[in-house]
Write a protein that binds this ligand. Structure first.
Ligand SMILES: [Zn+2]
Ligand SMILES: [Zn+2]
Length: 139
């Protein structure tokens, strides 16, 4: 918690217990939770916190470059505390969003820039399909 408070302060965000708790949930997971997921995870611990506070905090984290918002195609946005651009794999069946750790994307971008002379500044890459766990259940 201590180091997360330092990160928040370094971004000039006021450190409140709620803010810190929300950032910790996001920081500690790779599941790309929605605002509702974070709200539900903290309901017991912080019963007076509203869903609106979660949304407001996520917005502040986003503006401070401490979180990114993912639009994977379902109703509610998901959030990620990993800021560096990375591809995501989205499962059609369970809705799980997984990080893809690869260097191939970098090579692919270089190739595109070389072939088209288009200078890529940013990218959002989502792969849609069936995850390992769901595939087992389908067999
Ligand atoms: Zn799945
Ligand atoms: Zn991610």
């Amino acid at each position: 918690m201590e180091e997360l408070a330092v990160i928040l302060k370094s971004k000039k965000l006021k450190v409140t217990p709620q803010r810190l708790a929300i950032y910790k949930v996001l920081f500690d997971t790779t599941s790309h939770p929605t605002a509702e997921d974070i709200y539900n995870a903290l309901k017991q611990l912080l019963p007076t916190m509203s869903l609106a506070t979660v949304y407001k905090t996520l917005d502040a984290l986003k503006k401070a470059d401490l979180a990114t918002e993912l639009n994977v195609g379902d109703d509610s946005s998901r959030y990620d505390s990993t800021i560096e651009s990375h591809p995501h794999m989205v499962c059609f069946i369970c809705g799980k969003v997984t990080d893809l750790h690869t260097n191939s994307l970098c090579e692919f971008k270089k190739q595109i820039q070389k072939e088209t002379d288009f200078e890529i500044v940013s990218e959002k890459v989502y792969f849609y399909g069936t995850c390992k766990d769901c595939k087992v259940q389908l067999d």
